[in-house]
Design a protein. Sequence first.
Length: 456
Amino acid sequence: MKAPHFATRTLAILLALAAAGLLLGALFGQAGFGMAGGLLVWAGLHLRQLIRLQLWLSSRQLTVPETGGTWQVVFDSLDQRRRNNRRARRRLLAALAAFRDAARALPDGIIAIDDSDTIHWFNKAAKRLLGLRYPTDIGNHLTHLVRSPRFLDWFAAGRLDVPLIDLPSPEDESVRLLCRLIAYRPGFRLLIVRDVSNLMRLEQVRRDFVANVSHELRTPLTVINGYMEALDPEEMGEFSELFVSMRQQSRRMASIVDDLLMLSRLEAQQKVNDEPIDVGALLSVIRRDTEALSAGRHQIEVEVGSALGLRGSPRDLQSAFSNLAFNAVRYTPAGGRIRVAWTCGPEGGVYSVSDTGQGIPAQHLPRLTERFYRVSNSRSRESGGTGLGRAIVKHVLSLHDARLDISSQVGKGSTFRCVFPASRLLDPRDAFGGSDRPGAAVLAGPKESLATTPAP
Ligand code: ADP
């Protein structure tokens, strides 16, 4: 045991020096002075060692001074501790270097930023993909260095769940990037930048293929349909039933090709025209078409609960809104109720279609916007849908910064809600020039119901 040995030795030397001083002093009749002198020598020896210790600690000298005696224990244990610390530090630095090397070697760009968007660190790929410069850009604001408006909007929104897709690299326009934000410790985020040029090229090939095939099919189909419409099934004799079925299928094919072409056009679009849309007037058109499709089998209600209009593409929104209303007719048995409404509130503008139809089982809801996804194949085909309606709705809405919410209960009915952000809403007085415009009556004021028209 070092501590008791150390203490006993120090005490023994102290006593020995005090006794020697006492004896030497007693020889000259000054025992007290003698003992004080002995203690002073003891204190002086320790002071000398303390000074050596201080000098050694503050120097970078690696060898331990030879002090001998009790102080050697102190020097040796401090040296041991210093060695252990040095070893732990070396291990930590090696681990840190390994991490940095791994992050540096990643093909994805990684940029560590704090809450004020200041760059703390980035890897080699970030230099290549975003054109950052080391070390000048460390400590700079990321938003001062990457200036693309699309990037700035996305970055300002700070959404961790929504990546930014297809951003051209500031270094080379042909390189397309996918950016993602990850929160990795309080006050810090990682911006991950991935080169997705190949994926984008493949996606383009797929889009072009679908668009070209649809386009090529359209002409022969138009010709076939033209002939079929011109012929009279009555004149087909025993083939008349067969002919009617052929005509139906040929019409269906034409609708699918039309929907595919529309989807291709929507996919190729980055943004929509910002035309003013009188939603009240649009709902009148939808009501007329929905009633025509229902042919009196359903009770149809339309409510314009807000005078506000929308900014966007009237043609695309009419397609999306009609699709939701037509599906409500298709999937609601005769006698059911369908309600179409436009309201505005804290959430933004909401176009909703509710029905009391067959409903959709919950497991199908997440996949409903996929192309050709059908809840029940036979039923959907009979209903006359192309299987592309929901995908079209999704694209139209995303081009208008809107989202689709679906809630449904099997056997009770479904509600589809298109939620538009406040930035897409339009004051009718600014857009349509006051209330003397035809159709302005439908925009007369909030909470006014356009019509609550039970079908005849
Ligand atoms: P389609 O163009 O064939 O109608 P959609 O993409 O619009 O295809 O719809 C996908 C599927 O979702 C439909 O096949 C149908 O099964 C289901 N669906 C859509 N709307 C409704 C609704 N209002 N009620 C019940 N099921 C619906």
